[in-house]
Design a protein around this ligand. Structure first.
Ligand SMILES: Nc1ncnc2c1ncn2[C@@H]1O[C@H](COP(=O)(O)OP(=O)(O)OP(=O)(O)O)[C@@H](O)[C@H]1O
Ligand SMILES: [Mg+2]
Length: 272
């Protein structure tokens, strides 16, 4: 069974200047309880893939097929896409500040996010929010009740964003550079949270520059460059024995390359 299936995806961004082929043919499947990481240099097309799976980017020229839990994300009506984003797909992005309205308390916004997509009114709301905050590792009730986003630290906001993504226990979680605003310790906690989700049956698709994060979270890694797949395979194998010079170069640029080799769990022990 697959939760996310991408077949022959091609995405061309049309802009004022020449069109950019951001994804030039991608096949990918993520099953429940599995995590796949897209890695590659800036501009390789990682975020484009994530945005396509979210059913955004309706101005790009897109061909191929993308289904989430059987729903065609390229052709479904907006109403269905909104429901998918609210209930079936959790998204954690790079800009945690942008995920919240600056004027309202973060805890109130979590309640609002619950109500927007809950079928049964407020039933189960408090338990769902507490559960999501727990997975995200944030004590919002104790530390930040009633506080607007700018009163929370970047790390707290990032965890609040993770909690918002998990409120409805989505079977698919997408994360685009989720650690870029975090210090090393928080990044490690976020990796643990993503891994826990995966272990509990969630399908996870991660886009990141951070090879340490990919090593900790992913089962499979897909190395992209300029919209094409350079190399892919089980993360331990690809990181230990890259077949392509491009993958080798990415790994060589990693500050603690030795820790990525063979045993990704070593990265955790070293606290890299
Ligand atoms: N909305 C857009 N309109 C036009 N071009 C875009 C758009 N979004 C991305 N691109 C272009 O598509 C290519 C892929 O960009 P994308 O953001 O998917 O890469 P990325 O791998 O996520 O990069 P980064 O690591 O910097 O986040 C780039 O050349 C980028 O300039
Ligand atoms: Mg990106």
């Amino acid at each position: 069974m697959t939760m996310l299936a991408i077949d022959g995806l091609r995405v061309v961004h049309r802009g004022p200047r020449t069109p950019v082929v951001a994804v030039a043919g991608l096949d990918l499947a993520v099953a429940p309880g599995r995590a796949v990481a897209l890695v590659g240099e800036s501009g390789s097309g990682k975020s484009t893939v994530i945005n396509i799976v979210l059913g955004l980017l309706n101005r790009a020229e897109v061909s191929g097929a993308v289904t989430v839990d059987g729903v065609d994300m390229l052709r479904a009506p907006q109403r269905v896409l909104r429901r998918m984003r609210g209930r079936r797909i959790g998204f954690v992005g790079q800009q945690s500040f942008a995920a919240f309205d600056p004027l309202f308390p973060v805890d109130a916004q979590l309640r609002e996010a619950w109500r927007a997509h809950a079928a049964g009114g407020a039933t189960g709301m408090d338990a769902a929010i507490a559960g999501a905050l727990d997975v995200a590792g944030l004590d919002l009730a104790g530390l930040a009740a009633g506080l607007p986003p700018h009163r929370l630290s970047g790390g707290m906001l990032q965890r609040a964003q993770v909690a918002a993504a998990l409120l409805h226990r989505p079977p698919l979680v997408l994360a685009d550079e989720p650690t870029s605003a975090l210090d090393a310790l928080l990044a490690r906690r976020l990796a643990e949270a993503l891994r826990a989700l995966r272990d509990n049956g969630t399908a996870v698709l991660l886009a990141t520059h951070d090879l340490g994060l990919a090593a900790r979270v992913a089962d499979e890694v897909v190395v992209m460059r300029a919209g094409t797949v350079v190399e892919r395979g089980p993360v331990g194998e690809v990181f230990a024995r890259p077949r392509e010079a491009y993958t080798e170069a990415l790994l060589a640029a990693h500050p603690s390359r030795g820790l990525l080799l063979d045993r990704p769990e070593v990265v955790d022990e070293a606290g890299a």
